[in-house]
Design a protein around this ligand. Structure first.
Ligand SMILES: Nc1ncnc2c1ncn2[C@@H]1O[C@H](COP(=O)(O)OP(=O)(O)OP(=O)(O)O)[C@@H](O)[C@H]1O
Length: 629
């Protein structure tokens, strides 16, 4: 029953972890995703070109190093060699210097591109997230969504820059070293190459296994973080039910599952890396042994053998980095798929191409034969499966609220009151009938202008991190300090705000002062007053306030409602009696409509309810109504 109206359902409405993710991860293997990913680098292509050129130079120059070292040794051991020791030593220093310089350029430019891409992508995903409809958020856990914008995007950053550049560098190094090796000794090269395909196959085999396990680890970790998020956000519920041990159990279970999966991955990785290392070093020893024999036979200079060994070392290094890269790229694929899936989720509620901008309104709100069922919560990666048919929450519901009228929506929990209210700002689209403001169907006007005309005071006020002034100004960002204070005064909030340590500049929300329930409600009312919209939707708080606080809130609400069309999801008899008309809703249908006096005279459900009314004025009506229906 206790739920704020415009805010998405809490994380507790979670759906279970989604196995189809793996399918999506595999789909991301297609070239399209990679092309799309590289599209993010396109705006910084010149930086990328610079990075790649620097990388090529650094790698290319690096390839001279083994050659120079070999020459150095030849200069030492072979008499009458072409270069003397000094010349070769100077060459070596110059080579190392040039290589370091270009490595620096490459590292800086690559980081620039990486950080830019990741920032762009985060802003894009967040912007897209903001465009998505409530239906999307209803079906997903908070932790899962935030992790896509933060963790997954970070994984992508390494993929598009560092990994790709390293891959390219490794290829250059591999090819370059191979050519130079061939020039030194084709026999030795042939021997080394015999073993390469075997190592590569091994790497591919393990890489695949690692990828599967990595996606699985990420999924399990997301499960654990969603337990964490849920319980931190809902810490009051946990504490009030003394469910700490239960939650610890749930978290432990999720973490233990993560641990088990991570250990399976660790086992594969632990075997993988030494195995590849062993294969590479084994090759080296074999080459050293055969090369040693060639030197002893006199067909190879000792320095050339050293050169060859250094190249062989470089090649086994690149092979190891190939396999490392391979598994990292595989890991990133899951992340890429999840981010693109988010970006590809179309918003359900959008402006029509010919949508008009609502301007000044009289403020009439009409529900005309409205039938509505909530969108099915099937996530988009389950698109193959037909969505289960959702039951209609509203059935042929009609109600005409006149400009300036106050209508109280009354009915048992789950009757559809919040749903009715959420259709006015078009949080959802209806299946039949129409919801109109003045004579405009809400689907024919721009969302921005529609929502600008509607003020909402939810049951529970969500305060954001920031000062109290910033929180009130959420109602109208461009409001002046005077307007802001006037709104706070009208909302009976000015006095308590003045008494806060820094007045309007006092930080509130997560990291600021804690406000009482009544104070929060008055801040919400001040926001709505500042917004100054024609239409108001109030979700009356059900939690009891002390009578002084209650009076301040009631006064503020009356000022707020004055001259505006108001739809109140009412819980208290006092509020209901004050409304111009009362709409009694039962199971998504309007069963009675009229003023308090009319309904009492009619002798229907409301009258029977009222007959029981020897209770205090602020008696909550709902439990009684539930008894009667
Ligand atoms: N986001 C949602 N997705 C799916 N079903 C929903 C959603 N919100 C509400 N419902 C369902 O729609 C029905 C009407 O809910 P609604 O919240 O409108 O009732 P209400 O009269 O406002 O109840 P309360 O007084 O308890 O807030 C309920 O059966 C509820 O389970």
């Amino acid at each position: 029953m206790k739920r704020s109206l415009p805010v998405a359902r809490r994380a507790s409405d979670a759906r279970p972890a989604d196995p189809p993710r793996q399918r999506v991860a595999l789909a991301a293997l297609s070239g399209v995703s990679w092309r799309r990913l590289l599209g993010y680098v396109a705006p910084y292509r010149w930086w990328m070109v610079l990075a790649l050129v620097a990388m090529l130079i650094a790698t290319g120059v690096g390839l001279i190093l083994p050659l120079a070292v070999g020459q150095l040794i030849n200069a030492i051991v072979a008499d009458g060699f072409a270069f003397n020791l000094n010349q070769v030593a100077i060459l070596l220093v110059v080579v190392v210097l040039v290589q370091s310089l270009f490595t620096l350029v490459q590292s800086y430019t690559l980081s620039f591109v990486g950080e830019r891409v990741v920032s762009d992508l985060r802003i894009q995903t967040y912007t897209h997230l903001q465009s998505l409809s409530l239906g999307f958020f209803n079906g997903r856990r908070t932790g899962e969504i935030t992790s896509r914008v933060t963790n997954d995007v970070t994984l992508i950053q390494t993929t598009v820059t560092t990994n790709l550049a390293t891959l390219l560098g490794s290829v250059v190094q591999f090819v370059g070293a191979l050519i130079l090796m061939l020039m030194v000794s084709w026999q030795l090269t042939g021997l080394a190459l015999l073993l390469v395909p075997a190592i590569t196959l091994l790497a591919i085999f393990f890489g695949r296994k690692l990828r599967r396990l990595s996606t699985s680890v990420q999924d399990r970790l997301a499960d654990a973080s969603s337990v964490l998020e849920e319980t931190v956000a809902g810490v009051r519920v946990v504490k009030s039910f003394a469910r700490e041990p239960y939650e610890i159990g749930r978290f432990t279970e999720a973490i233990e599952t993560t641990f088990q999966t991570a250990m399976s991955r660790a086992r594969v990785r632990a075997t993988f890396e030494p195995l590849i290392g062993f294969a590479a070093w084994g090759t080296l020893v074999l080459v050293l042994w055969s090369g040693g024999r060639l030197v002893l036979e006199g067909s190879l200079l000792p320095g050339d053998l050293v050169t060859f060994l250094l190249y062989a070392g470089a090649i086994s290094g690149t092979l190891a980095s190939f396999s490392g890269l391979f598994s990292q790229l595989q890991q990133a694929l899951g992340a890429v798929a999840r981010v693109f899936e988010l970006l590809d989720t179309p918003p359900e509620i959008t402006d029509r191409p010919d949508a008009v901008v609502l301007s000044t309104l009289a403020g009439r709100v009409t529900f005309d034969d409205v039938t509505f069922a909530y969108p099915s919560e099937a996530p988009s990666d389950d698109a193959q499966a037909p969505p289960p048919a959702a039951p209609a929450v509203l059935k042929a519901f009609s109600l005409d609220v006149h400009p300036g009228e106050v209508v109280a929506l009354v009915g048992p929990s789950g009757a559809g009151k919040s749903t009715i209210a959420s259709l006015v700002p078009r949080f959802y689209d209806i299946q039949q009938g129409s919801v109109r403001i003045d004579d405009y169907d809400v689907r024919d006007v721009t969302l921005q202008s529609l929502r600008a005309q509607i003020g909402i005071v939810p049951q529970e006020t969500q305060l954001f991190n920031g000062t109290i002034a910033e929180n009130i100004r959420y109602g109208r960002l461009e409001a002046s300090q005077e307007e802001l204070e006037a709104a706070a005064r009208a909302a009976n909030a000015h006095e308590f705000i003045e008494q806060l340590p820094q007045g309007y500049a006092t930080p509130v929300g997560e990291r600021g002062v804690k406000l009482s329930g009544g104070q929060r409600q008055r801040v919400a009312i001040a926001r709505a007053i500042l917004k100054d919209s024609r239409i108001l939707i109030l979700d009356e708080a059900t939690s009891a306030l002390d009578s002084a606080s209650e009076r301040l809130v009631q006064e503020a609400l009356e000022r707020l409602m004055h001259g505006r069309t108001s739809l109140i999801i009412a819980h208290r008899l006092s509020t209901i009696k004050r409304a111009d008309r009362i709409a009694v809703i039962v199971a998504g249908e309007l069963v009675e409509l009229g003023s308090h006096a009319e309904l009492v005279a009619q002798g229907g459900l409301y009258a029977r309810l009222y007959a029981l009314q020897f209770r205090p004025e602020d008696q909550e009506l709902l439990p009684l109504l539930a008894e009667l229906t």
